[in-house]
Design a protein around this ligand. Structure first.
Ligand code: FAD
Ligand code: DHB
Length: 388
């Protein structure tokens, strides 16, 4: 089998890229190792920047997003027992974010791809990528127990942090910059109507907590926990009690049945460059951020918008100029988001080795955001994201 663009991974980046290429008249094949139901249920991100919403709308995936997405104009920061609201439109010239779960983005893109797009093969696990420094790279994968090959003009690795494509780059041709954090998130989904209108990010002497949502009926909540925590060691009651302690709102959260519970370790990582020969890396395959600040999914979408434009330019004009600029173009946004995610994470979490001096610095920084429109605007601009 041969195609123009072989896409490894059917997560948000692979699916959005396939859709954008389809619109540009460029053939692609998506190879996804897991089954469809698994990919559609995997609980992950929930906040879309304006530019991600715009990209989804422009590619025809905006119908349910517009009907069901919740537009948010701000967040609340809680620290030292009080709250401070950050107003996004007022600080950014009108930008805002939308709460719409990654599961729903993925469902919408899969439905479009199956209805109108090129091949999307589930349960097709890629093992190796060969010949990326030549004209005809080859992807080898297994489907229904049989070894298969896909030759392509270009390969795009959209296979996440644990994928294989990053490892196809020869030793010494790329550098990975990395930081691992000394804490994780315990995340729950609960059938409980959030009694807060906007997300709450809380700094507390018991650690970080975040109140988000998936719909007017479903809460999504996170607690900082030590690395290696077994989610089963946290009873539902203990989770709700701890959330109430850390938010310190005076009124307890509305409680309801916990339908999902998992622990997420945190890491920052960037692989540079994001291109080697005819292999392009996009999304989590190239970079990951700790989740504080909700940048992961948005960066993945931004990468493939840039890449689809570059491939379309090459297709239409024969010029490789935009493809050659792909890595540098993406890395500018990636490093900005890496810094913001690191800043939000280290300002709001308690490092187990943190001294009282460092806690005072965190509180001083939060005070600064709450009292200076300049500091507040810096947070709001980064949170709402750069224009694409
Ligand atoms: P992925 O979503 O990882 O998709 C990669 C796809 O490739 C997967 O479907 C995988 O099955 C497939 N694949 C992997 N290996 C192969 C192979 N060998 N062959 C074929 N297919 C393969 N971000 C936030 O902003 N907020 C959050 O709360 C948040 N929570 C997260 C929780 C978890 C557990 C994780 C891992 C990430 C979370 N993120 C969060 C980050 C965000 O979800 C990611 O940035 C986003 O999923 C990136 O999309 P992607 O398509 O690049 O990668
Ligand atoms: C969510 C995740 C985040 O990392 C974040 O900063 C805000 C919201 C969420 O899953 O809803």
């Amino acid at each position: 089998m041969h195609t123009t663009v072989g896409i490894i991974g059917g997560g948000p980046s692979g699916l959005l890229l396939a859709r954008l290429l389809h619109q540009a008249g460029i053939a692609s094949v998506v190879l996804e190792s897991r089954e469809r139901a698994y990919v559609e249920q995997r609980q992950r991100a929930g906040i879309l920047e304006q530019s991600t919403v715009d990209a989804l709308r422009a590619c025809g995936a905006g119908k349910r997003l517009d009907a069901e997405g919740l537009v948010h104009d701000g967040i609340e920061l809680r620290f030292a027992g009080r709250g401070h609201r950050v107003d996004f439109p007022g600080l950014t010239g009108g930008r805002r974010v939308t709460v719409y779960a990654q599961t729903e983005v993925v469902k919408d893109l899969i439905a479009l791809q199956l209805a109108e797009g090129g091949p999307l093969h589930f349960e097709s696990e890629v093992h190796t990528v060969e010949g990326i420094d030549g004209e005809r790279p080859v992807i080898r994968y297994t489907h229904e127990g049989r070894e298969q090959t896909l030759t392509c003009d270009y390969v795009v690795g959209c296979d996440g942090f644990h994928g294989v494509s990053r490892h196809a780059v020869p030793d010494g041709a790329a550098i990975t910059y990395e930081r691992v954090y000394p804490y994780s998130w315990l995340g729950i989904l609960a059938d409980a109507a959030p009694d807060y209108d906007e997300l709450i990010y809380a700094h507390s002497d018991r650690g970080f907590a975040l109140a988000s949502m998936r719909s007017p009926q479903v809460s999504r909540l996170y607690l900082q926990v030590p690395n290696g925590t077994d989610p089963a060691s946290w009873s539902d009651e203990r989770i709700w009690d701890e959330l109430d302690h850390r938010f310190a709102r005076g009124t307890p959260l509305v409680r309801g049945p916990v339908t999902q519970k998992s622990v997420l370790p945190m890491r920052s990582s960037v692989t540079e460059p994001m291109r080697f020969g005819r292999l392009f890396l996009a999304g989590d395959a190239a970079h990951i951020v700790p989740p504080t600040g909700a940048k992961g999914l948005n960066l993945a979408a931004a990468d493939v918008v840039v890449l689809a434009r570059a491939l379309a330019h090459r297709h239409a004009t024969g010029s490789p100029e935009l493809l050659d600029a792909y890595s540098d173009t993406c890395l500018r946004r990636v490093w900005r988001a890496e810094h913001f995610s690191y800043f939000m994470t280290t300002t709001l979490h308690t490092d187990p080795d943190q001294s009282p001096f460092e806690t005072r610095l965190q509180l001083s920084q939060l005070e600064r955001i709450a009292s200076s429109p300049h500091a507040e605007a810096e947070l709001a601009e980064n949170y709402c994201g750069l224009a694409l």
